[in-house]
Ligand binder design. Structure first.
Ligand code: HEM
Length: 462
């Protein structure tokens, strides 16, 4: 079948980069925005003999991530680095192995199981913010990283690792991993100082995991954390496929995949709320209605949120969804084509090529999301208004984020408690700018002034 020629992208003229590879590496957000202005299908002259394409059309994305998902894999460079340091795991695997790992891990992320974590999330959030003083300037981005570290390590490993040597090794490992995956690929067997350091941190981190796995096996108690659940799954599976090392690989990968993205999404949601007082007021109104209005009681805030409250906080959910539309932390998803793909409109993605799909640019298309730069949570009131595969903060299709329910649950609990207790305004002279560093985050953190939450109750929006 004849195929339409995909036009070649030009380098955006307002950028000073000399090649596509350099522009992509140094300023991914501006780069994909520049591509989206040129068309929905583009060939990217990355050099190094690589055939790469940019696809910014929801129907085509549905083909790649769902209908023809068997024809794509995780790209070779990502797999090489990730496998080299973590070993084989859910994120890096494809085909049958991926399917096996996914079905082993999936039960740990079911809503029923996750509900047991809400109390821990509430306690950790309340204690993290208890020492904040009115008038104090807090870097909300750093505070959300610390809070998420506490919650993620409890959800995954059953213990709060903040301020422990184990967390130091996990974070040093993650920093180096992010650096390696975003930089020019040098084979891991070459003993560069960074390669030696990441292998050292992995060994240290792994020895903690091995100890915890051994402890779980000795203990007769079943914990709610993911590590305990994997040990139970191992004991129930006679095939022996889930080795101790595989469990360690999975939990380190889950930590890497789930920790920073939740913290940055929370920071972005808080930032957007400071910019849209009407949205913030409506959200406070919902929280007061469901959790109690402090202006009508002697209490400083309403009652603590429980798992049973979550389904009633629909505006909170819409606020988070809209934050992830406007400021998604995953700027680009990439896939390697292993078998030729025919796309709607007569385009072909050849075998061996790399495809880049950008939630950032798709979610800012005005034909999919009218008035796209406006923060308008009501877009999500009617799911039919959201075109299929145009909204991808957690990706979509079989490789959709396995932690999406956990992440949504944590973010709802965190935001509810933050807003029940305080109000935030952006610190003077701060200029907000999202930047991409492995994932997207606020440049220079997010300094806010902590303010008294109004005792008048929320303003009603007519
Ligand atoms: C706001 C929070 C989060 C966002 C925005 C997010 C986003 C994503 C995205 C876009 C993908 C697809 C990546 C790709 O296919 O290239 C993904 C996959 C994944 N995420 Fe998340 N994630 C979040 C939280 C979490 C959490 C809390 C965990 C676990 C603790 C987690 C674990 C994973 C794993 C293991 C995968 C790979 C799944 C597979 O390939 O089968 N994520 N996530």
């Amino acid at each position: 079948m004849s195929s339409l020629t995909i036009p070649t992208a030009t380098l955006p003229s307002n950028q000073s980069y000399s090649s596509h590879a350099q522009a992509l590496r140094n300023d991914l957000i501006s780069y994909v925005e520049g591509l989206a202005q040129q068309g929905d299908y583009l060939k990217i002259p990355l050099g190094f003999g690589l055939k790469a394409y940019f696809v910014n059309d929801a129907e085509a994305v549905q083909e790649i991530l769902l209908k023809q998902a068997k024809k794509v894999e995780k790209p070779g460079n990502v797999k090489r680095v990730a496998k080299g340091v973590f070993g084989e795991n859910l994120f890096t695997s494809d085909g049958e192995l991926w399917q096996q790992l996914r079905s082993t891990l999936q039960p740990a992320f079911q809503a029923k199981r996750l509900n047991a974590q809400v109390e821990m999330m509430v306690d950790t959030t309340e204690s993290a913010i208890a020492s904040w003083k009115i008038g104090q300037v807090v870097d909300l981005s750093a505070a959300m990283m610390d809070l998420t570290l506490g919650i993620t390590t409890q959800a995954l490993f059953g213990q709060d690792l903040r301020h422990t040597p184990a967390a130091d090794s996990l974070l040093s490992f993650l920093d180096l991993f992010s650096e390696l995956i975003s930089s020019f690929p040098i084979p891991l067997w070459i003993p560069t100082p960074k390669h030696l350091a990441i292998k050292h941190h992995f060994r240290v981190m792994n020895s903690y995991f091995r100890t915890w796995v051994a402890e779980r096996k000795r203990s007769s108690q079943d914990g709610d954390d993911v590590l305990s659940m994997l040990v139970q799954a191992q004991q129930a599976d006679a095939s022996g496929r889930l080795s101790d090392q595989q469990i360690c690989n999975e939990v380190s990968n889950l930590f890497a995949a789930g920790y920073e993205v939740v913290a940055h999404t929370l920071a972005f949601s808080c930032y957007l709320l400071t910019q849209y007082p009407d949205v913030e007021a409506r959200l406070r109104e919902e929280l007061d209605r469901v959790l109690g209005d402090p202006s009508k009681t002697a209490a400083r805030s309403g009652r603590p949120i429980t798992a049973a409250d979550l389904p009633q906080l629909s505006y909170l959910e819409r606020v988070i969804k809209e934050s992830m539309r406007l400021l998604p932390v995953t700027t680009v998803l990439s896939r390697q084509v292993i078998e030729e793909i025919q796309l709607p409109g007569g385009y072909t993605l050849p075998k061996g090529s790399l495809v880049l799909i950008s939630p950032w640019t798709l979610q800012r298309r005005s034909d999919y999301f009218p008035d796209p730069l406006q923060f308008n949570p009501d877009r999500f009131q009617n799911p039919d208004n959201i075109p299929k595969f145009a909204y991808l903060p957690f990706s979509a299709g079989p490789r959709v984020c396995i932690g999406n329910l956990l992440a949504m649950m944590q973010m709802k609990v965190n935001l509810a408690i933050l807003l029940q207790q305080y109000r935030f305004s952006i610190a003077p002279n701060y200029q907000f700018k999202p930047i991409y560093r492995f994932n997207t985050r606020p440049q220079g953190g997010l300094p806010v002034v902590i303010e008294e939450r109004s005792r008048q109750g929320a303003t009603t929006i007519n």
